[in-house]
Design a protein around this ligand. Structure first.
Ligand code: HH2
Length: 339
């Protein structure tokens, strides 16, 4: 029999029918599931008919990640200390500017900061380890010295950069290559007992947008992440400390991105918290008629809310204040907040 993939049809309506299941111990629920197969056939089943292992993975309470409870969507504020990131490159490249922006992100409602010293935009070239470390570790150390207590994530593919960042006060390792670029990074995270984010990418940043192809983008990305979660577990990182991310824009066409966004809830079947990073990305410019990344905030907020409605636990965004405001309203409408 071919493999069965189960995508919960996620609801946020406060009127929840009896027998509905809570998704990932969070703020959404489902009573129906779409069943997907590699041959393209699909069907529906009631949630109560799910096989026990699929039901357990979809419903299990997600433990806290880097001290953050997973019972509401968490905002990850992007702090790129690079000269060339696609939307904010060069803006926060000096340590002073980075510090001020990091603090502003937390004041604006970021639950966690994601600091990156290497752009992974399409076409970007690799940055040497020493340079990437020199861009990131001092900023993390300075944020900590300044009293910042919010968790910090290091956005890197490299073990040495992650090691220096953890030493300077970072708490989570966010690897857009899911340990395939530098396998040593798994050991670094495991030894530090640090949670990790494993992201799907097809190809490397230099070439990833040259005609990306999939058999079935949703299921291919799911299988890749399942394999990387198993590899991380084998390296000593328990599933409770693993966050998965479909990698919007990393070797994907507009159509691939839309398919992944529509099917996002499938990834809860991996039994991990899910992260979505769509902020200001090119497909938002294409669909939203906004060629300049600086004009893509409204579309980014729309996609972030769509992610939260699918039970996604982490939203990686540039525009923290705007997304925080939108999320507050969504949470109130979904009955997660009192008036
Ligand atoms: N996207 C970018 C970088 N890191 N990490 C995760 N987990 N998920 C993402 O979607 C993701 C990521 C790219 O965006 P950005 O940091 O804004 O740009 P650049 O790579 O040019 O620095």
């Amino acid at each position: 029999m071919q493999h069965r993939y189960f995508r919960p049809i996620v609801q946020t309506d406060p009127c929840r029918p009896e027998g509905a299941l809570t998704l990932a111990g969070g703020w959404t629920w489902f009573s129906e599931v779409e069943e997907l197969h590699r041959d393209g056939t699909r069907g529906h089943l009631p949630a109560r008919a799910l096989p026990e292992d699929a039901r357990a993975a979809l419903t299990a309470h997600r433990p806290s990640v880097a001290g953050l409870t997973m019972d509401r969507p968490r905002l990850m504020g992007i702090l790129n200390v690079t000269p060339d990131s696609f939307s904010d490159g060069g803006q926060f490249a000096t340590p002073e500017a980075a510090l001020a922006h990091g603090r502003a992100l937390v004041e604006g409602g970021a639950d966690i900061l994601d600091i990156g010293g290497e752009s992974t935009r399409p076409g970007a070239a690799e940055v040497p380890v020493a340079e990437e470390t020199a861009r990131t570790a001092p900023v993390i150390a300075a944020l900590r010295a300044g009293g910042l207590t919010a968790p910090i994530s290091i956005d890197t593919r490299k073990a040495a950069v992650a090691q220096a960042a953890l030493g300077a006060g970072a708490n989570l390792v966010n690897d857009v290559a899911a340990f395939t670029f530098d396998p040593e990074i798994a050991g670094v995270a495991a030894r530090a007992h640090a949670p990790v984010c494993l992201m799907h990418a097809q190809g490397d940043p230099k070439t990833m947008q040259d005609a990306p192809r999939y058999d079935n983008v949703l299921l291919d990305v799911y299988d890749f992440l399942a394999e990387r979660v198993a590899a991380a577990e084998a390296a000593g990182i328990p599933r409770a400390r693993i966050v998965v991310d479909p990698g919007i824009g990393f070797g994907k066409t507009v159509g691939h991105n839309l398919t992944l966004l529509r099917g996002l809830s499938l990834f809860h079947g991996l039994g991990c918290a899910v992260l979505l990073g769509a902020s200001r990305k090119r497909f938002i410019g294409t669909l939203g008629d906004a060629p300049d990344p600086a004009d893509r905030m409204p579309g980014s907020v729309a996609v972030a809310l769509a992610g939260a409605a699918q039970g996604v636990q982490f939203l990686r965004v540039h525009d923290i204040r705007e997304t925080r405001q939108a999320l507050r309203l969504a949470e109130a409408l979904w009955g997660m907040r009192d008036a």
